[in-house]
Design a protein around this ligand. Structure first.
Ligand code: AHM
Ligand code: MG
Length: 339
């Protein structure tokens, strides 16, 4: 007999049946997000063949050099999601201001934030990159929402997800009822449920941090990493492994698959510049925090749970420490003890 596989569309429609009063709007919005990710996946996959590698020659709002694919992916996401009438507005890592839905289209009841191509420094060297998105309800002015309308805590997210453009293209999603992973079957052009109910093991012996910043780290992070590096002979009594891909999506995906801890902590170099972290709250830390918690892990700044932060601006940065629960709790304890 033919082996039926659940497509992402079927999965989302079945999920929607659990949401009282759902109208189908959300299902349709997610379908448009999925389409955008398939388009980006196709472009990333063809790389130099379609002329999308290299620098765009511009800077984004954060003063970072944009890659051609940063600009193209942003455009793909906007165009795929602006027309259907599900969104009141969008906000992206690549745009300083809120993106208003063009006047010829109806406005909807959701807000979406996204990082169209996370880890884009990896694109030219053919290493995994991804797309991250977070969906919120529009609670205030849904005609021309302002940045303030987006400033909701991570606990308010209706849905968060990422697409990973790696050896396979995958989509990982949560609507607050666990985490599920889908793999793109290029032959039929559909994401298929391959990783139901993803969970993060509570314990791990693997950590990820950019060690070139070691001399700037604060004491609790330095203590944690020193103890990992000391291995069997040290305080932890166990050898640890280390990874750093410089693509948060790939990093989080590894942690969802086999456990681990990811850290981009606050350091003295950032403090001297008056910045609060490297990663952005609204379209990196919150969606990833939601996914990680839904998979049984934890996500903190060091001092606080990420999802509890009351955002103060659209492009706010925060320190991020996430992954296997027991390790994240240990790092939180070091922050408490060394206050
Ligand atoms: P981006 O959104 O501009 O690509 O930056 C975010 C990325 C994360 O994916 C990754 O964890 C981090 O920046 C890597 O930073 P570094 O280059 O300092 O190692
Ligand atoms: Mg990013």
């Amino acid at each position: 007999m033919h082996n039926h596989r659940t497509t992402i569309t079927q999965f989302i429609i079945e999920e929607q049946r659990h949401i009282p009063g759902a109208t189908g709007d959300f299902t349709s919005l997610l379908n448009d997000v999925v389409t955008a990710c398939k388009v980006i996946s196709n472009l990333v996959n063809h790389g130099a063949l379609v002329g999308v590698l290299g620098a765009a020659g511009s800077e984004n709002v954060q003063g970072e050099d944009q890659k051609k694919m940063d600009v193209i992916s942003n455009e793909v996401f906007l165009k795929s999601n602006e027309w259907a009438g599900h969104l009141a507005a969008m906000a992206s890592e690549e745009m300083e201001e809120v993106y208003q839905i063009p006047s010829q289209y109806p406005r909807g009841k959701y807000l979406m934030t996204f990082d169209p191509l996370d880890g884009s420094s990896n694109i030219d060297v053919n290493v995994s990159v991804g797309t991250i998105f977070s969906i919120l309800r529009c609670k205030g002015n849904c005609v021309n929402p302002s940045a303030e309308d987006f400033l909701q805590r991570g606990t308010e997210q209706v849905c968060a997800g990422y697409a990973l453009y790696g050896p396979s293209t995958m989509m990982v999603l949560t609507t607050g009822r666990g985490v599920n992973g889908f793999t793109l079957d290029q032959n039929i052009g559909e994401f298929v449920l391959t990783h139901p109910n993803m969970t993060i093991p509570a314990d791990t012996r693997e950590f990820a941090i950019n060690a070139s910043n070691m001399r700037f780290w604060e004491a609790p992070v330095k203590r944690y990493v020193d103890e990992c590096l000391a291995g069997k002979e040290g305080a932890r009594g166990s050898d640890f492994n280390m990874r750093w891909i410089a693509s948060m999506v790939a990093e989080v995906h590894r942690i969802l698959t086999r456990g681990g801890v990811f850290m981009y902590p606050l350091d003295s170099k950032m403090k001297a510049k008056g910045v609060e972290g490297k990663l952005r709250l609204m379209y990196e830390a919150n969606p990833m925090g939601f996914i990680v918690e839904q998979a049984g892990g934890a996500a903190i700044t060091g001092q606080h749970r990420i999802l509890d932060i009351q955002p103060s601006s659209l492009h706010q940065r925060v320190p991020v420490i996430l992954g296997s629960k027991n390790e994240v709790e240990l790092i939180a304890k070091y922050h408490q003890e060394m206050k």
